[in-house]
Design a protein around this ligand. Sequence first.
Ligand SMILES: Cc1ncc(COP(=O)(O)O)c(C=O)c1O
Length: 512
Amino acid sequence: MPKSNSIYAGVEDVELCSEEFAKKEDNKDKLTKLRGEFIIPTKSDLANKRYGFRQSKDASNSLHGAQEDDGEESIYLCGNSLGLQPRRTKEYVNRYLDTWASKGVFGHFTDYEGGLPPWLHIDEAIKEQTAKIVGALPSEVVVMETLTANLHLLMTSFYRPTKDRWKIIIEGKAFPSDHYAALSQIAHHNLDPSALITIEPPSSSAPYLSNEHILSVISHHAPTTALVLLPGIQFYSGQFFDIELITRHCRALGITVGWDLAHAVGNVPLKLHDWNVDFAAWCNYKYMNGGPGVIGGAFVHERHSKVEEAPSSETDGAVDGVYKHAKTTELQYRPRLSGWWGSDKSSRFAMTNKFVPIPGASGFQLSNPSALDMTSVMASLDVFSMTTMDALRQRSVRLTAYLEARLLRYAGSEPPYTIITPSNPAERGAQLSVLLKPGLLDNVLHHLEKKSVVVDERKPDVLRIAPAPLYNSFHDVHRFIVVFHEACRKAIAAPDEAPQLSDGVPEAIATT
Ligand SMILES: Cc1ncc(COP(=O)(O)O)c(C=O)c1O
């Protein structure tokens, strides 16, 4: 495998592969300290069959109810699936629980000293920080629902097939939920499944989609296409799509474009407003560290979320895709599936049955959001606010380049794998996906598990390795490479050795 052109390409093997080098890289990076904001599971934590913690050597890592432990940290490179827990989350959630326990319904309305914002306003309290992470105006973002639900809600509003334009373009290797969502939207409009157009990669071992390829498929179908739905970062290959370029191309062709940012949010800087993205949705449990299945987020560009007075001469129904809701109000706004939480706050409790959407993304809300979820997301956002996405990205580019450089240096022979994530840092986020030679994956995973390495797998041959810039260190990457290369050698030396399930250490996960 060729050495990359990365910043580490010129460093001698002996130096680059030393533990000392990794420690020096950590020491010179100011953001390394953010790791202290997170709970890194220890090896014993992972192996422990009871739920809960043991106590690490590091006193700051000890937790309530902890038992003794030698404290060696696991090597957790799985933030692309589930981000680690910020230390402050427990405290925030406890504050929420205490407020609920001691104040009941008043927790909705009252701003208690030392407490969290009243639940009624908690969605607004986290808008500004969310907006910074995705590069939007605060009014353009909302924390609500979950990713697939938001994709549906947004497609209901933005996918308005006509007799001329009815197709949806997605990528062939889209995350299954996106595929199902797009296909079921098509079915919902009683259209034929052939309305779903997929952009296929050259092959599964070469999943890269070049801009030329993407743009040419879009151009080809443009006259009949209503919507393009793509991922900011592709979950399997780790490819970071050129959101600005593709959005510009779609908009020039009159096509609405939406983005699934599950793997991009909190990972790479985004400028959704400036890039003129029509809509986007994401989850808050990967690089955002909000907790498993926690409430997601959505972006609607301000040009789509205006609420205006309807000219009195207009009739009911859709006019240029904008709906005049004449029966209940003289307002016009984008059509949507509505719920009371999307309606104007001042009249929300008047129970008048008159839907007056909040201008901006908040007008797309349905239900009152889980305050527990919001609290957890708030804790995570408060960690993000200790830095900027640009600073995090600088660290991330170096961290991933270091992982790449170490993967490329496999002592003594050609490595038994290739990296399928683009080598251009501008075309990837934190994650590198590694395609192992056929037949190695199970054995390699077995060895990784035994050493408490947490990465995830995509059968039949891919490992996804994601150093999350908020909490992973160069030292984590060094420790991973030592174990991973040893695992590869063992798997090659004893290919038929049936992997035994490890002693309580969870199997490497194949989740999201
Ligand atoms: C790219 C992508 N899209 C959609 C989903 C589905 O997310 P959810 O289960 O939150 O709807 C995931 C889940 O990880 C994902 O990675």
